[in-house]
Design a protein around this ligand. Structure first.
Ligand code: M6R
Length: 607
C-alpha cells in the first residue's frame, strides 16, 4: 500500500523523490519521509500526514544529496506517527523503506534485540533495517547483506536500502510488493509504481518475484530468487500521468465521475466491429480459448468484485455458461474444485491488489484453462502474469473511491459477454454492439442529475445508517452504492437483495434510516415494488432511483429520482452514476476528505 521512490544520481534527488511521492500518495497518506546521503552523512526527514507536510519541511532544510529514498505510508504495524514513518534506520548507517508486511517480525525483533539492536518504532519494517546491518558485518557488499536479510523474511516486501558508507548504490528487493526500476542517463531510480518516475524517465524494468537488484548511477545488476544474475526486459512506457490537474472540479472523484462518458468511449474505441466485438481485444489467442471455455470463475476485491457480480448475471443469462464470483482474499485460501475448461477472470483497477494477484498465482497450479485479467494498468503485475488481458482505458484514477474504473470494467465485461456469445453462437448478438455504442451518451445524460442529487444529499447529512436495495443485476449496484457511501461519507451503509428484507433487515426500518432503491423497469420491477411497500408499511423513508416508466410517485415518505435509462441489460452501468453522485455530495456535506478518505489507500498491495 505504501509508496516508494529511490534514486542514485549526480544531481540532488530530494525534489525528484518528493514529486514521486506526490504521485504515489494515493497508495497511502498516513505519513511521509525521505533520507538522502551527502558527504557520508544521512539527512532524514519525516512528517505525520500528507506529502505536503514533508515538502514544506524539506524547503526549510538542506536536503542535498545524490542518493536517496522516500516513502509514503499506509500504517499496518504501529500507529501513524513520526516515529513509525519511513525511512527506518539502523544506527546512523543504514536507511530503508518498505512496502508490505513482514509476518515473522516479532521473532526477528527478539533475535535482533538479543544481538543488541535498539528499536525506535513499532513497525515490522525496522527489523529489515537492523537485519541488513547485522548481515553487513559478515558480507562483502550491501547487495550480499540484503540477499541474506530478505532470505529470512516471511511475508511480503518491496524494499529499498542504502548504506551511507557506500552511498553510490542502493539495493532493492521485491517479493509480493511491486517495484519498478527507472533507467535514466547517468542516473537510475526505483519506485513502487512507474507513475512516480515519469518526470525523469520512460524506460522501465519491472522486477519479478524474488528479484534483488543493485542500482548505481551507471549500472543495474539484477539477481533472481536463486541469486543468479539475470537480464530483465526494458519497457518503453506510454503511460500518461493525467492527474496533475483537477480542472474545474473540486475533487478528483468528481472529475473522474464526469470523465465516464469519455473513458467508456475510450474503452470501446476500435474494439467493436460488424460481428460485435473484436476478439483480439482480449488477446491474440482469445478466439480459440473462448471457444473452449465451459465455465467462468471471477475473482476480485472491493468495487472490482461488484463488477464481477454483475457479470455473473450477464454471463449465465446471455452466454449460457456457469459462472462463479468470489472475493480474492477468500478464494486464495480456500480449497477449490475447478470444473473442466474453466476460465479464470481477475478484475482489478490497479493490477497490484495483493489478494487478487495471490488468487491468480494460486489458480495457476489448479488446472484452469487460461487466465484473463481485466485491468486498468498496462504493465501491472496482474496483466503481466495473466495469459490474456483486456485493458480498460479509464485513465489514471486518483480518487480512492473507484468510479470510472468500475464502469469501464462493466463495459469490458459486457464486451466479454458479446465475445463469448459470438464465438459460441449462443443467441442473437446484433443488439449488443448497438447497446454498447449508445452507452456514453446515456451516461452523459445521467451526469445532468448532479444538481438534483446534490439537493437530495442534504437529507443524508445527519444520518448514521443507510440501506441500499436492488434485485437481479442491480443488487451488485446497490452493493457498490453502499460501499461508495460508507467509504467517503463514513455513514454505515449496507446493501440487500430486496427479496431478502423480510428475512431479517426489516427489523431495522425506521424514519432515521434512509432506504435507497435502484429500480429500473425490468422483469423484476413488480417484485421490487412489493418490497418497497413492505418498507413503507413500516415507516421507512425511501429514495427510489427509477426509470421514467417504472410508475413510482413521490410523496411524504418516498422521493423518486428519474434516471435516464435505456431499459436493457446495460442498465446496471447507467444506475451506477446517480449512486456515485449521491455518495459524493453526501461526503461534501459531511466535510470528509473525499479523495483520500481516512484509513484507506488506493492500491491495496498488502493482504
Ligand atoms: O485495484 P483494485 O481494483 O484491485 O482494487 C480493489 C479494491 O481495493 C477497490 O476497488 C476498493 O474497494 C475501492 N476503493 C472502492 O472504491
Amino acid at each position: 500500500m505504501c509508496g516508494i521512490v529511490g534514486g542514485v544520481a549526480q544531481r540532488d534527488v530530494a525534489e525528484i523523490l518528493i514529486e514521486g511521492l506526490r504521485r504515489l500518495e494515493y497508495r497511502g497518506y498516513d505519513s511521509a519521509g525521505l533520507a538522502v546521503v551527502h558527504d557520508g552523512e544521512i539527512t532524514r526527514l519525516r512528517r505525520l500526514g500528507k506529502v505536503k507536510a514533508l515538502a514544506e519541511a524539506a524547503e526549510q532544510c538542506d536536503t542535498s544529496g545524490g542518493t536517496g529514498i522516500a516513502h509514503t505510508r499506509w500504517a499496518t504495524h504501529g500507529e501513524p506517527s513520526e516515529a513509525n514513518a519511513h525511512p527506518h534506520m539502523s544506527g546512523e548507517k543504514i536507511a530503508l523503506v518498505h512496502n508490505g508486511i513482514i509476518e515473522n517480525h516479532s521473532a526477528l525483533r527478539r533475535q535482533l534485540q538479543s544481538e543488541g539492536y535498539h528499536f525506535s518504532s513499532d513497525t515490522d519494517t525496522e527489523v529489515i533495517a537492523h537485519l541488513v546491518d547485522l548481515e553487513l558485518k559478515n558480507s562483502d557488499s550491501l547487495l550480499e547483506a540484503t540477499q541474506k536479510a530478505v532470505s529470512q523474511l516471511e511475508g511480503a516486501y518491496g524494499t529499498v536500502v542504502f548504506d551511507k558508507d557506500n552511498a553510490d548504490k542502493i539495493v532493492v528487493a521485491r517479493s509480493g510488493s511491486p517495484l519498478v526500476i527507472g533507467l535514466g542517463i547517468g542516473e537510475n531510480f526505483v519506485a513502487s509504481d512507474q507513475l512516480a518516475l515519469l518526470p525523469v524517465t520512460r524506460r522501465f524494468i519491472f522486477l519479478e518475484e524474488g528479484d534483488v537488484a543493485e542500482i548505481s548511477r551507471r549500472d543495474v545488476k539484477i539477481f533472481d530468487e536463486h541469486g543468479k544474475q539475470v537480464k530483465r526486459d526494458i519497457h518503453e512506457s506510454d503511460v500518461h500521468y493525467d492527474a496533475g490537474d483537477k480542472g474545474p472540479y473540486r475533487h478528483y472523484m468528481l472529475k473522474e465521475i464526469h470523465e465516464q462518458p469519455q473513458s467508456i468511449n475510450d474503452t470501446l474505441e476500435g474494439r467493436l466491429n460488424d460481428q460485435g466485438v473484436v476478439l483480439q481485444s482480449f488477446g491474440s489467442n482469445a478466439e480459440s480459448l473462448l471457444k473452449e471455455v465451459k465455465n467462468i470463475q471471477i475473482v476480485a476485491c472491493g468495487t472490482s468484485y461488484h463488477s464481477g457480480l454483475v457479470a455473473r448475471y450477464w454471463i449465465e443469462a446471455m452466454c449460457g455458461l456457469p459462472c462463479q464470483v468470489e472475493i480474492a482474499s477468500e478464494f486464495r485460501y480456500r480449497q477449490t474444485v475447478v470444473p473442466e475448461d474453466s476460465l479464470l477472470i481477475t478484475i482489478s483497477q490497479s493490477g497490484e491488489t495483493a489478494d487478487t494477484l495471490a488468487a491468480l498465482r494460486k489458480a495457476k497450479a489448479e488446472g484452469f484453462l487460461a487466465s484473463l485479467a481485466i485491468c486498468n494498468v498496462a504493465g501491472s503485475s496482474l496483466v503481466r502474469e495473466s495469459d490474456m488481458a483486456f485493458l480498460t482505458r479509464a485513465g489514471t484514477e486518483i480518487g480512492v473511491a473507484s468510479t470510472k474504473a468500475f464502469t469501464t470494467q462493466l463495459v469490458a465485461l459486457a464486451m466479454l459477454v458479446s465475445a463469448v456469445s459470438q464465438v459460441k453462437g449462443s443467441g442473437d448478438c446484433s443488439h449488443l454492439r448497438r447497446d454498447l455504442e449508445h452507452l456514453p451518451a446515456l451516461i452523459e445524460q445521467n451526469l445532468k442529475l448532479a444538481d438534483s442529487i446534490e439537493a437530495l444529499a442534504e437529507e443524508f447529512a445527519d444520518k448514521h445508517h443507510a440501506l441500499f436495495l436492488g434485485r437481479g443485476d442491480q443488487y451488485p449496484i446497490a452493493m457498490e452504492g453502499a460501499l461508495k457511501l460508507k467509504e467517503i461519507s463514513y455513514i454505515h451503509a449496507e446493501a440487500y437483495a430486496a427479496g431478502e428484507l423480510k428475512h431479517g433487515p426489516l427489523a431495522l426500518i425506521d424514519a432515521d434510516m434512509p432506504i435507497i432503491v435502484v429500480a429500473p423497469n425490468n422483469e423484476l420491477l413488480e417484485k421490487l415494488k412489493s418490497n418497497v411497500e413492505e418498507v413503507r408499511a413500516r415507516g421507512g423513508v425511501l429514495y427510489v432511483f427509477a426509470d421514467e416508466d417504472a410508475e413510482f410517485e413521490s410523496d411524504d415518505t418516498m422521493r423518486v429520482i428519474t434516471v435516464p435509462s435505456m431499459n436493457n441489460w446495460l442498465s446496471p452501468i447507467v444506475y451506477t452514476l446517480p449512486l456515485q453522485l449521491l455518495s459524493y455530495y453526501v461526503a461534501i456535506i459531511k466535510g470528509t476528505d473525499v479523495d483520500q478518505p481516512r484509513n484507506l489507500a488506493k492500491s491495496v498491495t498488502v493482504e
